[in-house]
Design a protein around this ligand. Structure first.
Ligand code: PMP
Length: 425
């Protein structure tokens, strides 16, 4: 490892960043550190300081940073065969597709591989249009789908909608944000109005699909109530509109199930994946059933999508998740962490709500009358960092303290985060 003296350090990185990167590439913290090393749930900066990483590169590092079992397999593959594209036959891509068919819900069986979550959602939306010949989409206001022209427009969160010439074929509806219900109702007396409203929108018959993250991550860990997806599925079936579920943040054990949609017991028509699928190696995918897949027959190619290295990384990641029971671990540790956070909520007025499933948890910080405590959250993130803990921020008002740690964390790690927060709030 390099020593502190031969790293260029945060100030030089900031200078180069300001000069050579497009300014949209933003970063956390007033005084950011240079991260130089990762080891399971820990990151290290150039001074050797250790950080307990409770954000996991935004829900990517489910199997831990530089997980040795995965890294070994990637290195072996990269030394043997790195890239060919799908115009030649290679084995990892088909082995991965077979594995995904085994672990995906219900009849989801056929995959297409690309390089990112944005591309996965973009491709899924195209597939829906090809399948039912309709051109419009419904998405939720709290959703984030990506950065391509289409997925940025599917995105509901204003912060991530930079497109100066928005598309007109997308309708955004309120998500199941019970803490701030757009209709002013209170769950469960609401009769899931937010889901039922979809019928008013899709009645005119022009909609290809409804796209939604099972738990809206960037939206502030918005977690729909148990009935939500059943109601949605029923309405969509009635009008032949497809359900595209985005598992980019929620997939691969994060929420205590392999895929979060399993909590709601509903089968989507198309499911999208990226982030944790290969524990940091770039790859995205969408998966669908035989019938819908048969609508996409014209040539489609993604140059690096599912190449031997990324497909091998994904296979190794899924193997580690299964071998070490990380899905169950996410559930058990997530339940423990959530109870502790609810304990903090009872003590500290700043905590308005604790929500999420497994190790995907959000703590909404508020002042009187639920006014978002945005600055307070920034201060907390900064102080946590000074004490060697990394967490995230999400929500339309950026006031939701967010935890998506590697699933390999321990109870002691959780206790430390709780104790540190308790002293800080
Ligand atoms: N879907 C969700 C739910 C996401 O959180 C993101 C990225 N944060 C994307 C899609 C886009 O993924 P990518 O950045 O890999 O293009």
């Amino acid at each position: 490892m390099k020593t502190a003296t031969n790293y260029i350090g945060p100030d030089s990185i900031l200078r180069k960043k300001q000069e050579y990167l497009i300014p949209c590439v933003y970063h956390f913290y007033k005084k950011p550190m240079q991260i130089v090393k990762g080891e399971m749930q820990y990151l290290y900066d150039h001074t050797g300081m250790q950080y307990l990483d409770f954000y996991g590169g935004v829900s990517v590092m489910n199997a831990g940073h530089c997980n040795k079992e995965i890294v070994e397999k990637i290195c072996e593959q990269i030394r043997t065969l790195q890239h060919t594209t799908t115009i030649y036959l290679t084995q990892p891509i088909v082995d991965l597709a077979e594995k995904l068919a085994q672990i995906a819900p219900g009849t989801l069986k056929r995959s297409f591989f690309c390089a990112s979550g944005s591309e996965a959602n973009d491709g899924a939306a195209l597939l829906a249009q090809l399948h039912n010949g309709k051109h419009r989409f419904i998405a939720v206001r709290q959703g984030l789908s990506g950065r391509t022209k289409l997925t940025m427009n599917l995105t509901g969160l204003p912060l991530w909608r930079t497109d100066p010439f928005p598309l007109s074929n997308i309708v955004h509806i309120p998500g199941a944000y019970c803490y701030r219900c757009a209709y002013g109702y209170t769950y469960p007396n609401c009769d899931i109005q937010c889901a039922r409203y979809i019928e008013d929108v899709v009645k005119n018959g022009e909609f290809a699909a409804f796209i939604i993250e099972t738990i809206q991550g960037n939206g502030g860990i918005i977690t729909p109530p148990p009935e939500y997806f059943t109601v949605v599925r029923h309405i969509l079936n009635k009008y032949q509109v497809l359900l595209i579920v985005d598992e980019v943040q929620t997939g691969f054990g994060r929420t205590g199930r392999m895929f979060a949609i399993e909590h709601w017991g509903v089968e989507p028509d198309i499911m999208t994946m990226a982030k944790a699928i290969a524990n940091g190696t770039p790859i995205g995918a969408f998966i669908t059933n035989d019938k819908i897949a048969s609508s996409y027959t014209r040539p489609g190619a993604s140059t690096t999508g599912g190449n031997p290295v990324s497909a091998t990384a994904a296979l190794a990641t899924i193997e580690v998740i299964e071998k070490h029971n990380l899905v169950q671990r996410a559930k058990d540790l997530g339940d423990y962490f959530k109870q502790k956070l609810i304990g903090l909520q009872q003590k500290h007025k700043l905590i308005g709500e604790v929500r999420g499933k497994g190790l995907m948890l959000g703590v909404e910080l508020v002042k009187e009358n639920k006014i978002p405590a945005t600055e307070e959250l920034d201060n907390i993130l900064e102080q946590l960092k000074e004490r060697g803990i990394l967490a995230g921020k999400t929500g339309e008002s950026r006031n939701v303290l967010t935890f998506q740690p590697p699933l390999v964390i321990t109870r002691d790690n959780i206790d430390l985060v709780i104790e540190t927060l308790d002293n800080m709030l």
